[in-house]
Structure formats: C-alpha cells, structure tokens
Write a protein that binds this ligand. Structure first.
Ligand SMILES: N[C@@H]1[C@@H](O)[C@H](O)[C@@H](COP(=O)(O)O)O[C@@H]1O
Length: 260
C-alpha cells in the first residue's frame, strides 16, 4: 500500500485526476469505478478541467458505480445513479451508455446484485476504483463486519452512516436503511484501488485502515490485501498516522515515472 500525504483536498483531487488521465491515455476505454460523497468531488472537477483543456480524451471512458440506495425511485436526485450521472458522467461529456450501476429499484434485489457483479466481470473488470472512507471505516457501503470476501449484495446501514449521509436528504428519516454495495471481494478485483480521505473526521478511520490489523471491523483495512492500493490523504486525515514521516519521505523520493 502506498500512502500519499497531500496538503489539501484540491491537491488530492489533482493527483488522482492525473492518475485517471494517465490511465485513459494508455487505455482510452478504461472502466473507472467512482465513489459518491463529498470527498471525491475535487477529483471529478480536476478530471473535467483536463478534458476541457484538451489534456485527456475521455470520450471512450466507461464509468461504474460502487454502491446504491435501495428503494429510491428512479431519477431521485440522491440516488447514487443520479449523483454519478450529475457529478461524473455529464461533466466528462459522456452519455448513459458509458455508465453502469446496480439497480436499486429492482424487486429482486439479490438478482440485481448478482447481475451487477456479472456485468462488471463481462465489462472486463474495473481498471481503477476510486474509494472514499466512512467515519466507521466503511468502503462503498460495506459496513463494519462485512465479509472481506463479500460480493455485491444488500446491506443495512449503521445509524452512524445514515446520520453522516443525512445532509444530502431533507432529514434522517429520508435516508434509506438498505443499500446495494459492491462487496469487499468485488472491490478487491479492481486493478488499482485509490482511496481519498480528507479532513480530521476521517483521521481515526484512516489510521486503523492503513496501520491497524486487517479486520472486517474496519472494512477499508482490506486494501492491505491489494497489490496496487494507493491511499491519498490530506494533512488532517493523516494526522493520526504513526508512519506519516516515513510516508512523506518515501513519496518525496519516488521516481516520477512510477506514477501512482
Ligand atoms: N457510500 C458512500 C461511500 O462510498 C463514501 O466513501 C462515504 C463517505 O462520504 P464523504 O466523502 O462524503 O465523507 O459516504 C457514503 O457512505
């Protein structure tokens, strides 16, 4: 696992957008897995700016969702499908054709989950999966004690996560209890995992994920199992890392040709 400590969220966004652009220059139809929440927005803004500046062509890029609420009506502004279309697909000038996600409106949720895992595999697998982290250490919507081998499935949100996400809804009661999320096993199949965490509120979760034991209690610790995992954190999110100085020195000495 590589840990990169950046001064602020904008620098983290630039760094990851450049990694995505670099991937798309090598593989124009790369499948990019995207995350929702506030944290990844600087990544999407920086990537869209690169497209406008002619630095990268995303016209053949493919985008896939990490997770979804169950039961929000199609077109609900806070369904993750709507969020990803609004924040990623449209700004990159892509159409719905380039986009795939699990069906949170399906009557047969188990079948929708299995369908999504199959669709990801048939698409050739995810090339780069961007992740955020919940304050409880979740990735996607894999809450604490999710199996490290889990596949895409339905999960029940913790009260903490529902409270954290209530800001996107008119109140806590509006936040669904159930979600579909790529499993931890599914996420680990992506070729490159990039987790972005910013702000003091994520510092404990980051320290446990990076330096704690591998544990289902901290789902993000599963990144320790992945051969190509990059954790990008700002100073506040890095503040509880014991090895912060080592991570800084290692990144400062990294040959530029290696990229992320
Ligand atoms: N399912 C999403 C996660 O993918 C995201 O990482 C998390 C943190 O969001 P934020 O970046 O807004 O803190 O929120 C939700 O739970």
């Amino acid at each position: 696992m590589e840990v990169v400590i950046v001064p602020d969220s904008a620098a983290g966004g630039d760094l990851i957008a450049e990694a995505m652009a670099d991937l798309l220059r090598r593989k124009p139809d790369a499948l990019l897995g995207v995350a929702t929440g506030s944290t990844p927005l600087p990544v999407y803004e920086a990537l869209a700016a690169k497209v406008r500046a002619g630095e990268v062509d995303t016209s053949r890029a493919r985008i896939c969702q990490l997770d979804e609420y169950v039961g929000l009506p199609y077109g609900h502004p806070e369904s993750y499908r709507s969020v990803v279309l609004r924040e990623v697909v449209e700004p990159l000038g892509l159409t719905d054709e380039a986009f795939m996600g699990p069906d949170g409106t399906a009557e047969d949720v188990a079948a929708a989950c299995a369908d999504y895992d199959r669709a990801l595999a048939e698409a050739g697998g995810v090339d780069l999966q961007l992740l955020g982290i919940g304050t409880d250490g979740h990735i996607g919507f894999n809450e604490p004690c999710s199996s490290l081998a889990s596949r895409t499935r339905i999960k029940t949100l913790t009260q903490q996560t529902r409270q954290d996400n209530a800001r996107f809804f008119s109140g806590l009661d509006e936040v669904p209890h159930h979600v579909i999320t790529q499993g931890i096993g599914t996420i680990l199949e992506a070729r490159h995992l990039v987790l972005l965490a910013t702000g003091e509120a994520k510092a404990d979760a980051v320290a446990l994920a990076v330096e704690g034991p591998l544990s289902a209690l901290v789902p993000a610790s599963a990144l320790q199992l992945h051969p190509h995992a990059t954790v990008v954190v700002d100073e506040a999110a890095a503040s509880r890392l014991k090895l912060g100085d080592y991570f800084r020195a290692t990144y400062a000495a990294k040959p530029a040709w290696q990229g992320l």
